[in-house]
Design a protein around this ligand. Structure first.
Ligand SMILES: C[S@@+](CC[C@H](N)C(=O)[O-])C[C@H]1O[C@@H](n2cnc3c(N)ncnc32)[C@H](O)[C@@H]1O
Length: 186
């Protein structure tokens, strides 16, 4: 369990740690669920280097990236098209919701983040509150059963998957290597 969330992630980013790059397969799968942005709003939780947030902006979404690590936000802010994304500093799990430029979003994404969420029911409740009616919650996460030994904590268990996928009106899952992509609709 991570004690000091910001310090944990900040140390990793500042120390040069980087994460699995966004792939064309992932963005194609996401695009099949979102369609073009057409000015709708999107929020990427745990936006890291900003690649997914920038992709959403390129697809026409008015995009916000949220991350708790200043070094990740600094990196994201220097990437191509970063000027079209609003990057915000904050912890999605903080007792007070982090300040965001919009109160609700057509698309909320969380890539390689969900496994690290401490209080998953509270997180899911917060995400539901951030979605417009008919919105989409897109989660990309390693599955604990599929990741190499020693990296199991980076993935979610079957019980955590059941929690993630319960209570939505529509659930679609797509497997990509050891990642599972979930498209969840309220
Ligand atoms: C494994 S990295 C993934 C980054 C990016 N989503 C990607 O796919 O490359 C997890 C990211 O989530 C951020 N993060 C983790 N927990 C968070 C929280 N509670 N609130 C905001 N950001 C968080 C970390 O700072 C880190 O940048």
């Amino acid at each position: 369990m991570i004690d000091n969330l910001t310090a944990y992630w900040e140390d990793l980013w500042a120390g040069g740690r980087r994460y699995r790059q966004l792939t064309d397969s992932e963005t194609a799968a996401l695009g099949r669920h979102t369609g073009p942005g057409e000015g709708r709003s999107a929020l990427d939780i745990g936006s890291g280097d900003g690649a997914l947030a920038r992709h959403l902006a390129d697809r026409g979404f008015k995009t916000t990236g949220l991350d708790c690590a200043p070094s990740a936000l600094a990196l994201a802010s220097t990437g191509p098209s970063s000027n079209v994304v609003t990057f915000c500093h904050g912890d999605i799990e903080s007792p007070q919701p982090p300040p965001l430029p919009e109160s609700a979003f057509a698309v909320v994404t969380a890539r390689l983040v969900y496994a690290f969420v401490k209080d998953k029911p509270a997180f899911l409740s917060r995400v539901r509150g951030l979605l417009v009616p008919g919105g989409l919650f897109w989660v990309v996460t390693p599955m604990a059963a599929c990741v190499p030994a020693g990296q199991v904590s980076n993935g979610i268990t079957t019980a955590e998957e059941e929690l993630l996928t319960s209570g939505w009106s529509a659930v679609r899952a797509t497997d990509m290597d050891y990642l599972r992509c979930f498209a969840l609709r309220p």
